[in-house]
Design a protein around this ligand. Sequence first.
Ligand SMILES: [Zn+2]
Length: 231
Amino acid sequence: MLKLLLDSILDFIFIYECEICHRHLEDKKTIICLDCLHKIEKVEPIDMKQSFELKFGNHGYITKAFSCFHFKEEGIVQMLIHELKYQNKRTIGILLGEIVGNAIKHDVDFTSADALLPVPLHKIRLRERGYNQSELIAKGISKVTGVKVINDMLIRKKNTQTQTKLNFEQRLENVKDAFVLNEKYKDFVVGKRFAIVDDVITTGSTLNECAKELIRSGASQVLALSVAVAS
Ligand SMILES: [Zn+2]
């Protein structure tokens, strides 16, 4: 009962108008309007290059990456991702995915990928949350680019603890060998190019582990797409 009441209060706050410009929103599940989203914390290409070299440069599994926004503590993007992951605001995932899709729709490296692969959740986490936020983001990207989403190619075999409180080394260890290729794709994967999709890139360790498994299985190239990147 209390939860219902809380939900309707939250709805009253979040539905109908943009949190920033207070414009009327058609979609009651979004929090801010597209115009405002486009104004916030965009990642400049030069920042992105430096940031990705740091995260992916030495491993060689991910050859190209793109993120739309800077992930800052207490920032709007963090708020949106939080709503997406923990408040069942699934539409936010699609919306953020569409923004990523629009940003890369002329980049043939991404649009000619054979498939978008959302970073998988462990089956226990998936059952708790009811949906994979990265899959929703991938669906949004797919809507714009037409690249298909395959959500069961990678399987998360380790139910890793949440990374939020871990340092760089702990994160590496936490996700090490956490992903395995779904057997049914062992022929399909060979020679293909994939773009892995995640909500936020922090150290890059999760994406590196996904890419490592794909390359080890015969994929020719792995790219990465995310809504936000932490510097
Ligand atoms: Zn707005």
